[in-house]
Each structure stands twice: as structure tokens, then as C-alpha cells.
Design a protein around this ligand. Structure first.
Ligand SMILES: *Cc1c(COP(=O)(O)O)cnc(C)c1O
Length: 335
């Protein structure tokens, strides 16, 4: 069952409204024993890469695109570091709408680009960064009858808050939630979801060192990090995110690319969980900064590792070449 059907009474949709769904949500929440050992506390992983297009963006997109159809929109548009583009393209295709996505040229992971193109979206590579792309699509959506499906769209947050419901359904209670922060829509959505359920876990947001505007308290003009999904210098949900950190008695901190990649490899090799680099920032942050005295922590792994095969191959061991005879295979396997 999709999110809108499952949580209709908590979402701004009425029975009979058009619903565009790929049965997103209901993602696994798994206990991470090795991470728990390293962190010295009980750690659970929310595997958002298990959504239909491989990231949590689908939670928001089912709501944003359903609302766009209800409003009679014929096209949807977004600026994206990759996953919003992939998700918008898929849901637009499913709804029979035209999709256009603006991405920073050369700065999005291969899998995400392949998705957006395969789903038939018009993919526009901007000679600029995400922040410039977002500014331009906001202007475009004001001038034309095109639905903007970035997380500045309130329906996106409504959909994404359901992840908090799922975490509470599964665990009952938790002390802290660790989450990567880019445009800061997702942390805002979790906080909304938790508050609607009268729950107040501490929210710890993590940004990449080279693009950590919330940590520094000022926009970053040229954000840089290997974690392309969070390469954002001027988050649209700045104030709300800060409110979530303060209101929950959590905080926001930075992690280096080296720490992100360490967590990324550790999760794959020791937990069997392959997430994308940006997602690993949640675990990297927990390992580097802790979650104070939290006894039960959930780390949100926002997207699937297959999104970014290039980074994976640059971080993993090499393949073993082998002649097709038994002695050679024996040597290769047993060495
Ligand atoms: C979009 C995204 C983020 C950042 O979420 P925000 O809502 O922009 O803070 C983190 N990780 C992945 C994989 C994403 O796609």
C-alpha cells in the first residue's frame, strides 16, 4: 500500500482524490550490530534506498505529484542534486505529466541521471550549482503553470514526515535520530512527523564539511563534497531545520569526506547495507560526534548505493582476473 492510502487521515488528501503512487514507504528498519558496537549505543538503520526509485524523495513525490494532478497541472519541474530528479521523473511518467529537471552539470551520480532520462524527463544540465538551479526553477514556476516539486513544496514535507511515523510504529520510542542534511527538507519533515505523534527524539543533522552552511551559520557559495546529494550551500528550509535541532535539543555538525567514505565502506562491508555517500553522513556523524547519552538511535540512510557506482568502484577492492582453468580458479578463490 502506498503512503497516501496508508496515512490518509494524517495527510492533506481526501478519499477520492487522485493518487499517483508506486507503493513507496514501508521501508526496512534494521538493527545494526557492528555500528552499535562502534557507537557504544543501540543503532537502527532506516533503509530509505528501498523506496521505488531508490531514495526517500519518493515519499514526498507521491504527495507532490498527486497534488499537482489534483490542481490540474500538466507539467512538473524541479532543481535537483539527482534523487529529486529521478523521483520526479518517475512519478511524472506514472501520472502522464511532462517532467523537467534541472541539475548541476557534471555533478550528479550516474544512476540518477540514467533514471531521469529513462523516465522521459527533460534533463537540463545547468552550468551552475544546485542553489542557482533552485532559484531559477522557483522563478520559472511563478511565470508558468508548472508545479514545482522541490521540498519548498509543502506536500513534499507532508509525504516525508511519514518516515517518522514508521520509525515510531516499529520501535515505539527512540532517543535520537541522525540524518544527513542538504536542502534541509527531510529533517524538517521528520520533526513535523514526530511532533504530530507527540514524540521528541533529539534530531542530529550532519552536513559535509565542504558544504556546511548550517554549521557555519552562513551560506557557502561554492559547496564541495563527494556526497553529491548534500552538496548544497544555501538550504531552502534553513530556519525550520534550525528550529528542529533546537526544539529537539539535538544539533547540527559537520563530517569530512573521509569520515563519510569510512562509514560508507563500513556499512557495506560490515552491515550488508549499501547506501550512497550522502546517506552515510548520518552514521559518520554519529561515530564522529556521538548522540550524547542516547540509548537508542536511528540513522536515516537516505538513498541506495547503486545510485553512484563510480564512487563505489573508486572505494572498493579490485576484481581478480583469472584464466578459465581449475588450477587458476583455485588459486584465485583460495588465495
Ligand atoms: C535529498 C537527499 C538528501 C538531503 O535531504 P534534504 O531534504 O535536502 O536535506 C540526503 N541524502 C540523499 C541521498 C538525498 O537524495
Amino acid at each position: 500500500m502506498g503512503l497516501i492510502a496508508r496515512y490518509q487521515e494524517r495527510l492533506p488528501f481526501a478519499p477520492g482524490d487522485p493518487v499517483v503512487s508506486l507503493e513507496e514507504g514501508s521501508t526496512p528498519l534494521v538493527l545494526a550490530e557492528r555500528v552499535s558496537e562502534r557507537a557504544g549505543t543501540e543503532v537502527w538503520l532506516k533503509l530509505e534506498g528501498a523506496n521505488p526509485t531508490g531514495s526517500f524523495k519518493d515519499r514526498g513525490m507521491t504527495c507532490a505529484v498527486s497534488a499537482a494532478v489534483r490542481e490540474g497541472a500538466e507539467a512538473v519541474i524541479c532543481a535537483s542534486t539527482g534523487n529529486t530528479a529521478a523521483s520526479a521523473a518517475a512519478y511524472a511518467a506514472r501520472a502522464g505529466l511532462t517532467g523537467a529537471v534541472i541539475v548541476p552539470e557534471g555533478k550528479i551520480a550516474t544512476g540518477k541521471l540514467a533514471q531521469a532520462l529513462m523516465h522521459g524527463a527533460k534533463v537540463i544540465a545547468l552550468r551552475g550549482n544546485f542553489d542557482q538551479a533552485l532559484k531559477l526553477v522557483r522563478e520559472l514556476a511563478e511565470r508558468h503553470p508548472i508545479a514545482l516539486v522541490n521540498s519548498v513544496n509543502p506536500f513534499r514535507l507532508e509525504g516525508q514526515k511519514t518516515a517518522a511515523f514508521e520509525v515510531l510504529d516499529a520501535l515505539g520510542e527512540l532517543d535520537a535520530l541522525c540524518i544527513p542534511v542538504g536542502n534541509a527538507g527531510n529533517v524538517t519533515a521528520y520533526w513535523k512527523g514526530f511532533r504530530e505523534m507527540d514524540s521528541r527524539p533529539r534530531l542530529f543533522g550532519f552536513q559535509a564539511e565542504g558544504s556546511a552552511p548550517l554549521v557555519h551559520g552562513a551560506p557557502v557559495e561554492h559547496p564541495e563534497t563527494i556526497a553529491s546529494a548534500i552538496r548544497i550551500g544555501n538550504p531552502a528550509r534553513w530556519e525550520e531545520a534550525m528550529e528542529a535541532f533546537t526544539g529537539s535539543h539535538g544539533g547540527v555538525a559537520a563530517v569530512s569526506d573521509a569520515q563519510i567514505l569510512d562509514a560508507y565502506r563500513f556499512l557495506a562491508a560490515n552491515e550488508g547495507v549499501f547506501c550512497e555517500p550522502a546517506s552515510a553522513a548520518s552514521v559518520a556523524g554519529l561515530l564522529a560526534h556521538g548522540a550524547r547519552d542516547a540509548e537508542r538511535v536511528v540513522c536515516v540512510l537516505t538513498g541506495h548505493g547503486l545510485k553512484d557506482p563510480q564512487t563505489a568502484l573508486s572505494q572498493a577492492g579490485a576484481v581478480v582476473p583469472c584464466e578459465p582453468d581449475i588450477a587458476a580458479v583455485e588459486r584465485a578463490v583460495l588465495a
